[in-house]
Write a protein that binds this ligand. Structure first.
Ligand code: GLP
Length: 244
């Protein structure tokens, strides 16, 4: 657990990602990143863009897998995670388009299962995720693994929790516009990452952060599974650490 101001945390995480990219470039191999959406990682992405523009950091060998996407949702919807990632990161760096993987919120229902199996297989086929970035939702979800998600869960379609949909209501201009489902990487897909950084800031996250770090490991709070990961760092500010 590291307790510092949000901007410091974001710089630390961005530097860790940069070091990993540079190391893999030296070795001539790919760097596989698991990426998250939400307000929390935005400053990390800003810093990575700065590193690209000012320090010439290249993302040509980077392959990314995003955690989740609303379902159904159009890629051009301004609340889709596809739009978010292009807007906040991908449009500003030199990552090859074919290296970007985001769950597809537009596929027909009957193809979702196959899509999820392929997504999981694709992660394995590039050697697994080297570095996974995570935020945390008020329900204890990582990605969109809502309470009830098991340690063995894989990439799949999931019903969003009421609390999660309420948290997204203002962004969607009303609860009735928030999709009821999402496609998310599973808990097991996340746990397979070689290294994980999870970030949570402000007092609104304090109760769920306390349960995540000090509570019993349970699918009622899927983030608690991270307690059993061998290489996971939790970054938070003092307000978020208040209930520890
Ligand atoms: C959404 C995302 C999560 C994210 C969470 C918290 O539910 N699916 O991946 O961690 O929001 O969002 P924020 O960082 O804005 O608090």
């Amino acid at each position: 657990v590291i307790t510092v101001a949000p901007i410091q945390s974001s710089l630390m995480v961005a530097r860790e990602i940069r070091d990993l990219i540079l190391k893999t470039q030296k070795e001539g191999i790919n760097c596989v990143l698991g990426l998250a959406t939400g307000s929390t990682p935005v400053a990390v992405y800003k810093e990575l863009i700065r590193m690209h523009k000012e320090e010439g950091l290249s993302f040509k060998n980077v392959i990314t897998f995003n955690l989740d996407e609303y379902y159904p949702i159009h890629k051009e919807h301004n609340q889709s995670y596809n739009y978010f990632m292009r807007d906040r990161l991908f449009n500003h760096i030199d990552i090859p388009a074919e290296n970007i993987n985001i769950p597809d919120g537009t596929i027909p229902k009957e193809s979702v299962l196959k899509f999820c199996e392929d997504y999981e297989a694709k992660i394995d086929s590039v050697g697994g995720i080297d570095f996974q970035l995570l935020g945390i939702g008020r329900t204890g979800h990582i990605g969109f693994n809502e309470p009830g998600s098991s340690l063995l869960s894989k990439t799949r379609i999931i019903n969003l929790d009421k609390k999660t949909r309420m948290d997204a209501a203002s962004d969607f201009m009303g609860l009735q516009h928030v999709p009821k489902y999402a496609i998310t990487m599973g808990v097991s897909s996340v746990m397979k990452a070689k290294k994980i950084a999870i970030m949570g800031f402000s007092e609104t996250k304090a109760p769920i952060i306390a349960s995540t770090i000090e509570g019993p490991v349970t699918s009622e709070c899927p983030a608690t599974f991270l307690q059993t990961h061998p290489n996971c760092t939790f970054y938070m500010d003092l307000a978020a650490a208040e209930k520890l």
